[in-house]
Unconditional design. Structure first.
Length: 158
């Protein structure tokens, strides 16, 4: 491709603005069409591509007037037709799931209270077991003392 007076060197950002697309899409467009590219010598400079003047430019803003930049703007605020049916189905599902979530939260709270009560009962049972174990040990000790005071012939029959 020979350079003519009408051709111009543009960065990918400038080409993207001309085409109405992102710089990455402009770079791929230039590669697909085989346009020559100049790599800059300085670090940080932008590469430029030789854009012929006779390219067919149809900016996306002309094709899609509701688009500004890269963000789509919709004028439609309320769904209609089948969308309305979908919205109603989603609302019903959300309501049912919210109720199920509330019921599960209540069940979880009850389970936590039961767990706390069981832990309290377990602590009381452990305390009672230790007390009874200590009492049994004291009684065994007294029994041993009583057995030691009897004569040998009485200890033999008991």
């Amino acid at each position: 491709m020979s350079e003519s007076q009408d051709d111009r060197w543009l960065t990918y950002v400038e080409l993207g603005q001309l085409l109405g697309c992102t710089p990455t899409a402009a770079r791929m467009y230039a590669r697909r069409h085989g346009w020559p590219r100049r790599t800059p010598n300085m670090y940080g400079d932008r590469a430029r591509v030789l854009v012929p003047d006779d390219i067919d430019v149809q900016p996306r803003s002309a094709l899609y007037p509701e688009r500004t930049g890269y963000v789509t703007i919709r004028d439609q605020t309320e769904p209609n037709g089948q969308d309305q049916e979908n919205v109603q189905a989603f609302r019903a599902a959300i309501t049912a799931l919210s109720e199920a979530l509330a019921a599960e939260r209540e069940r979880s709270i009850r389970a936590e209270h039961q767990t706390e009560q069981l832990l309290s009962d377990l602590a009381d049972a452990r305390t009672a077991e230790r007390i009874s174990s200590d009492a049994a040990a004291a009684l065994r000790h007294q029994l041993d003392l009583l057995r030691a005071r009897r004569p040998w012939w009485q200890r033999w029959f008991w």
